[in-house]
Design a protein. Sequence first.
Length: 261
Amino acid sequence: MRIETNKKLVKRNSQLSNYLFFATMAVLIGGFLITNGWLFNDTLGTLSILIAPLLLVLGLVMTVASVRMTNLWARTPRPEDALEEGLKGLSNNSVLYNYYHFPSRHVLICPQGVFAIVTPWQAGRHTVEGNRWKAHYSLPGRIMATLRFDAIGNPMDKAIKQAEHVKKLLAKIGAEDVEVQPLVVMVDEKAEIEQNEPAVPVLFAFKKKPNLRDYLRDLKRQQQSAETSSPKGKKKQASRENTLPLTDEQIKAFEAATLKR
C-alpha cells in the first residue's frame, strides 16, 4: 500500500500548536501580573483596568485555539499511524491520502472502493443506533470534555459530508460514477462502541472488533462472491481481484489536482 501524507502540514501545525500553547501561557501569566500590579504599584492601576479585559478576551481565544490545535495535530495516537497499522495486508495497489482533501482528512482508494474516513480520537463508551450517536460521559467527564473542547458530536454525519466532498473532487476528473463510501474509524484503544445498524460503518483501527482490516476483507469476499455468481464472473475474478475503482490515469489526475506538495 502506498501512503501519501502531507508531512509539511503535519509538522507545521504540530509546531504551531506548541508555540500557541506557550504563547497562551505567556498571555495568561502576563494578564495576571498586570491585573494585580496595582497592589504593588499605583502607577499601574489605571493601565491594568484598561488592559485586563483585553487580555482576558485574548487569553480565552488563544486557549480555545491552542486546545483545538493540540487535539487535531499533537494528540496521540496519530490517526495516520493508526490507519497505516489497521490497513496492513491491504492490496499493494491501494493508496491512502492523509491531509490533502480537506475537510476530508483521510481518503483511501483500494480494490474494495473509495472511502472517506473520519478518525475520532475520543475514548469512553459510545452508543450508535441508525444515524444517532451518543457519548456516555459521567458528570466529571462531561465537564472535562467541555473544558477540553473535545465533544465528539456525530462522526457519521461528518463522514457522509466528507464522502460527498471527495465525490465532487472525483467528478472534476471525470470519475463522477465512482461511489465514495463514508467510514468512521476509532483510533483510541480505550474507545467502546455499542452499535445497532449504524448508518455508516463504525470500526476500530486496531484488533478490537469490528475492525477496519476485517471489514475490508469481508467486503472483498462479498464483491468476489457477487462477481462469481454472474455468468462471466469466474473468468474475470482473477484479473479484477486487485483492480482499483479508478484507472491509473484518473489517479494521476486526482493527485495532480489535489496533492499540493
